[in-house]
Design a protein around this ligand. Structure first.
Ligand code: V47
Ligand code: SF4
Length: 362
């Protein structure tokens, strides 16, 4: 009986119809090995109706100005105390030089919560990048960083966002959402802004015309109903403010941290992507984030609802400091080969998710 509810929800989702909350939760009933392929098939149909067999990626660069972080989230191996041997801080000149060398079409800038990279200094970095690279798409600072900037500079969230935009920031990444379930926050990231605050900051950004992404950390002891609830909360938020461009599920990387969970299985990673495609009908894009999912699993995710593989990245730190065994960056050719092997057409995009016109002379 309950499986039948799940099957009906699959049919609706496959056809692109909105699932109500009950139907979204009923999808969890089809997660048994007997029905898993039907979940994947429904998400594949939905993504093909939207994007055909195109799969996008971007030629981008991650910039993590400093890993020094005072929040000490239990799942994070990237953040470091200021006196830790692996603590580091880059300076503006070396960041600008690395961008000049690589010439990415997008930079993704996030770091720890610290008083090394103050709001003023971070703002100056955005301004310098904009002056030197007028066409660069600058995706910068999670809601957690924006909240810290507002606190330390005694300004409102709106003023911080306005200053960042005026300096040249184009969009915000989706980090810091973790999973909205309060019981997990209380256990593992109690120093971080709450789900409510994270959502408020994104809604404020959307109201100011800034597009943002949204993430969900999973595989740290969270339940399926909490994953579905996280997605439904994002869908409601999107119905109000409309600025989420892309959803990115982040599979937990256990590497050497304080949480003794193995992280999600490949089947779980694919099932989360499929659920997201079927539930988040109002968020256009779904990213299979290869540094955390694994390159082959992320590519398989294109057949389970995802339409984007993120980017070439150059040097990823958050997943790799947590033990991810994926390469630290990818060449365009490797990205395109991987996408094509799954039967998809690789399309290089820009930061606005638009097809890149002969990027970098190609
Ligand atoms: O907020 C930290 C997560 C996030 C671990 O918006 C971990 O385009 C798994 O948000 N295992 C940062 N996850 C990464 C992020 C992101 C990545 C790619 C694209 C975009 C985008 C955003 O990484 C953090 C936290 O949720 N994280 N440690 C870990 N051990
Ligand atoms: Fe700091 Fe972000 Fe790591 Fe939490 S997840 S410890 S806020 S760097």
């Amino acid at each position: 009986m309950r499986t039948n509810d799940g099957k009906r929800a699959l049919e609706k989702g496959a056809g692109g119809e909105r699932l109500n909350a009950e139907e979204a939760h009923a999808l969890v009933q089809v997660l048994s090995p007997d029905h898993l392929h039907a979940l994947g098939a429904a998400a594949f149909k939905n993504r093909c109706n939207r994007y055909g067999l195109k799969a996008t990626y971007i030629f981008n660069q991650h910039i993590n100005p400093s890993n020094v972080c005072s929040l000490a989230c239990a799942f994070c191996n990237y953040g470091a105390a200021s006196d830790a041997p692996h603590a580091y801080s880059l300076d503006e000149a070396e960041i600008l030089e690395s961008v000049a060398t690589l010439e990415p079409s997008e930079v993704h800038i996030v770091g720890g919560i610290n008083d090394i990279w103050t709001f003023e200094r971070s703002l100056q970095l955005i301004q310098s990048l904009r002056e030197r690279f007028p066409d660069l798409f600058i995706k910068a600072f999670t809601a957690v960083e924006v909240a810290a900037f507002a606190r330390s500079s005694r300004q409102s969230i709106a003023d911080v966002l306005a200053a960042l935009t005026a300096a040249g920031m184009n969009a915000m990444p989706g980090g810091g959402a973790e999973i909205f379930a309060a019981r997990l926050r209380a256990k593992y990231w109690r120093n971080k802004i709450s789900a409510h605050e994270w959502l408020e900051i994104h809604q404020q950004a959307h109201a100011m015309g800034i597009t943002t992404n949204a993430t969900m950390l999973f595989g740290i002891g969270d339940r399926w109903d909490e994953r579905v609830a996280h997605m439904l909360t994002l869908r409601e938020c999107q119905a109000r403010s409309g600025g989420f461009e892309c959803f990115i599920p982040l599979p937990f990387q256990p590497g050497g941290g304080n949480i003794s969970t193995a992280g999600p299985s490949v089947a779980e990673i694919l099932a989360v992507l499929a659920l997201a495609r079927l539930i988040l009908d109002n968020i256009p894009h779904l990213k299979a984030y290869w540094p955390m999912a694994g390159l082959e699993t992320a590519a398989a995710g294109l057949s389970w609802g995802a339409d984007d593989m993120d980017g070439t990245i150059k040097e990823e730190k958050v997943a790799h400091m947590a033990g991810a065994r994926t390469p630290i960056g990818l060449a365009r050719r490797k990205m395109e080969e991987t996408i094509s092997l799954g039967g998809f057409e690789a399309v290089e995009r820009d930061g606005w998710f638009k097809r890149q016109q002969q990027a970098n002379g190609r």
